[in-house]
Write a protein of this length. Sequence first.
Length: 125
Amino acid sequence: MSEVKGMDIPIPLINYVNLIRKKKSPYYDIVRYLLRDMEIHYRRAGGAPEVIYTINPRQLQKEIENKIKSEKLTTINICRTILALLYGSNLRQEKDFYVTTSSRGRRNYHIRITQQTLMSLYRLI
């Protein structure tokens, strides 16, 4: 497993990376759910070299709150877990993923899924 240097990741997110690696719920469960869903979307695209996968944290929370029971399952924790996954996997902003913000300040995360990015994401867990 490749080590992530603390200087490469913003300080609050390094804690989330460690929680994911230690398989702590709900953080690890969120990542596992996302990786499975990303892989499904990538396979459905067939031979496409790249698929854009969009994560809306509020929608994700609604989808998984029945599957993952935890008081820590908040939109803020989901956003931080997503960022920890992306930075902890050494994905590069603007090249491998980008973040958009709505007029009300809500963020959506867009990941360019390729075979290489999937492998990088899976290395974190």
